[in-house]
Design a protein around this ligand. Structure first.
Ligand code: 13P
Length: 247
């Protein structure tokens, strides 16, 4: 029996944008979202200061929004952190956790990433847990070992929690490099992630691919059985480019 999962095409703006440019981008998304195939959910993860702008612009549209990180803590003396409850105040649906840029530039551990996923769930957000190997790890044939290690503390949260998350496979060597994983390379890892999820009773979790996704390669990636959508960086900054991926 095949159960069809909804496709999710999510933009990660990273540290890009300003009020004026965002207004144009968000208006473009609202205008184009209606023509996206039924069964595809669109979403954007914007920098914290622009959540109010995004929620105002996207309210009532077919485009959901979220943040690029969330604190593992609920509240308190954690200068610079943003809690899940704060994100819910702005009607966020999603929060990225464990993006490779957070892992590598901010030293986020697998355990911290799982704690962030747990905190997001506790606030009613859907955490998008990012995993992926570096080029050195791929060259050393460690892809599956790295992914299993990154996922282990998340899977330890249990089936009930894991069934409410989204996983994004983003090979570090494909992020911002223009060098996309081939559909076959991505599918191989997605199938392994699916098997790990299946083993704890969460086999229908959405698994997104990320890393230099653009309109030209989206269709062949989406044709793979375990690729349920995309997490898009650079190409999410222009409405037509982002919508073309979803189309
Ligand atoms: P690019 O699409 O720019 O390669 O970025 C991918 C990414 O890191 C999305 O989270």
């Amino acid at each position: 029996m095949t159960i069809s999962r909804t496709r999710l095409v999510m933009g990660n703006w990273k540290m890009h944008g300003n009020l004026a440019d965002n207004a144009k981008l968000l208006a473009g998304l609202c205008a184009g979202a209606g023509s996206i195939a039924a069964g595809t959910q669109l979403a954007v993860c914007v920098p914290f200061p622009y959540l109010a702008q995004a929620s105002e612009a996207l309210k009532g549209s077919a485009v959901a929004w979220g943040a690029q990180d969330v604190s593992a803590q609920a509240q308190g003396a954690f200068t610079g952190e943003v809690s899940g409850a704060m994100l819910k105040d702005f009607a966020c649906r999603y929060a990225l956790v464990g993006h490779s840029e957070r892992r590598s530039l901010h030293g986020e551990s697998d355990q911290l990433v799982a704690a962030k996923a747990k905190a997001a769930l506790a606030s009613g957000l859907t955490p998008v847990v990012c995993v992926g190997e570096s080029l050195a790890e791929r060259d050393a044939n460690q892809v599956m070992a790295v992914i299993q290690r990154q996922l282990a503390p998340v899977l330890a949260l249990g089936a009930e929690a894991v069934n409410k998350i989204v996983v994004a496979y983003e090979p570090v060597w494909a992020i911002g490099t223009g060098r996309t994983a081939t559909p076959e390379q991505a599918q191989e890892v997605h199938a392994a992630i699916r098997a790990a999820l299946q083993a704890i009773g969460a086999g229908q979790v959405q698994i997104l691919y990320g890393g230099s996704v653009k309109a030209a390669n989206a269709a062949s990636l989406f044709a793979m059985p375990d690729i349920d959508g995309a997490l898009v960086g650079g190409a999410s900054l222009v409405a037509e480019d982002f919508l073309a991926i979803a189309a």
